[in-house]
Design a protein around this ligand. Structure first.
Ligand code: ADP
Ligand code: MG
Length: 330
C-alpha cells in the first residue's frame, strides 16, 4: 500500500495542569490518515485540539502517547527524516524581531541543512509577496507581513507536507487570496497541504477531505463531497404572492412562516422531491412569487455531528427552531 502523507495512531496529549489544576487531555486517542497529494482540512471549534495536533506533527509539542509518521517516517524512529518532510506555518506569530525576512529564511534553511546551492530565499519571498521587505526588520513588519514570513519559513526546506494552522484567522482579504492562491499552486506541484480552520466555508471551499475534531476526539473524516451529502436536509424559501393563511400539510415537509411573510419549507432530498414540496404549496392555494433553495453546508454537518448523537441526525436540524421563524406543528 502506498504510504500516507501523515499517519497518526492513538495520539494522546495531556498537558500538565498549572498550580493545582488537573491535567488537560487535549487529544484523546486520535487516529488520522492524510492521503498524499490532498488538501486536507482539520476542522473544529476553538479548543478542539487542532493546534496541539499540528504542533506535535511539527515537533513543537511532545505527545503523551501514540504513533505519528510523516511521509512514511516514524517520528520517534526517524526524527530527522520525519521533520524534514514537513513544514509548518504556526498559528502564533513567533518571529525573532531582529531578523530580516531574508535573514530569517537563511537561518531556517541552515537549521534544516539546506545547502547554499539549493536555497531559494528570493523565489520564496516573491511567492509570498515580501520581496520589497526582504531587508526590513521583522519587528517593523505588519501582522499580515509576519504571517507571510511564517509561510515563507515553512517552505525553505521544500517539505512534502505543508501545514497551515488557522492561516486566515483575522487576516485581510488580500492575504487570504495570497494564501489560497499559493496553497492551490503548491498542491498542483504535488505538495500535500493540511490546514486547520474553524471557518466551515473555508474548509468546504479548499479541501478535498476533511476531519472534524472536537474536545480532542475525531468525530468524522470523509471526502468533502461525502460529508456534505450525509446531510440531505434542504430548505426552500417561498415568497408568496399574497399573505399566507393556510400552511401546507404534507408528510415529510415541515412548513413555517417567517416574520417577513416568507414561507420556509424543510425536507429531506432523499425522501421528498422539490416538485412534491412545490405541489404541497399549490395545494393550499398559495401562489408563488419567488422561490429559492438552500443546500446543507458544513455548518449543518458540523452542528449535527457535534451537538447531536449520530442516531439523532436525521431529525436534529428539523426540530431546532431558527431565528425569526414561527414553529408550526404539523
Ligand atoms: N500549553 C498548554 N498547556 C495547557 N493546556 C493547553 C496548552 N495548549 C493548549 N491547551 C489546551 O488544550 C486544548 C486544545 O487546545 P488547542 O490545541 O490550542 O486547540 P485549537 O487549536 O483547536 O483551538 C484547549 O483546552 C487548550 O486550553
Ligand atoms: Mg489553534
Amino acid at each position: 500500500m502506498r504510504d500516507a502523507a501523515i499517519r497518526i495512531d492513538g495520539l494522546h496529549k495531556a498537558y500538565r495542569g498549572s498550580k493545582g489544576q488537573p491535567e488537560k487531555h487535549a487529544l484523546k486517542g486520535i487516529d488520522l490518515t492524510v492521503p498524499r497529494g490532498s488538501v486536507f482540512g482539520l476542522l473544529g471549534p476553538n479548543g478542539a485540539g487542532k493546534s496541539t495536533l499540528i504542533n506535535i506533527l511539527a515537533g513543537l509539542v511532545v505527545k503523551s502517547s501514540g504513533n505519528v509518521s510523516i511521509w512514511g517516517f516514524d517520528q520517534d524512529k526517524d526524527p530527522r527524516q520525519s521533520r524534514a518532510a514537513i513544514g509548518v506555518m504556526p498559528q502564533e506569530l513567533n518571529l525573532d524581531p531582529f531578523f530580516t525576512p531574508r535573514g530569517a529564511l537563511e537561518v531556517q534553511a541552515g537549521l534544516y541543512g539546506v545547502p547554499k546551492s539549493e536555497r531559494r530565499s528570493d523565489e520564496i519571498l516573491e511567492l509570498v509577496g515580501l520581496s520589497d521587505k526582504a531587508e526590513a526588520y521583522a519587528r517593523t513588519l505588519s501582522g499580515g507581513m509576519r504571517r507571510r514570513l511564517l509561510l515563507a519559513k515553512a517552505l525553505v526546506h521544500h517539505p512534502k507536507v505543508l501545514v497551515l494552522d488557522e492561516p486566515t484567522a483575522g487576516v485581510d482579504i488580500e492575504l487570504r487570496q495570497m494564501l489560497w492562491t499559493n496553497v492551490r499552486k503548491l498542491n498542483e506541484q504535488g505538495m500535500t497541504i493540511i490546514l486547520t480552520t474553524h471557518y466551515l466555508e473555508e474548509a468546504q471551499e479548499m479541501c478535498d477531505e476533511i476531519a472534524i475534531i472536537n474536545h480532542g476526539e475525531k468525530i468524522a473524516q470523509d471526502s468533502t463531497a461525502n460529508l456534505l451529502s450525509r446531510m440531505d436536509s434542504r430548505t426552500m424559501v417561498i415568497a408568496p404572492d399574497s399573505p399566507v393563511s393556510n400552511l401546507p400539510v404534507t408528510e415529510g415537509v415541515e412548513a413555517a412562516l417567517q416574520d417577513d411573510g416568507n414561507l420556509i419549507l424543510r425536507y429531506r432530498s432523499t425522501q421528498t422531491s422539490a416538485e412534491q414540496v412545490l405541489e404541497s404549496v399549490r395545494q393550499v392555494g398559495i401562489r408563488i412569487r419567488d422561490v429559492r433553495t438552500a443546500e446543507a453546508d458544513l455548518e449543518d454537518v458540523f452542528l449535527a455531528l457535534t451537538s447531536a448523537r449520530a442516531d439523532d441526525l436525521p431529525t436534529d436540524d428539523q426540530t431546532k427552531p431558527r431565528r425569526g421563524m414561527h414553529r408550526v406543528k404539523l
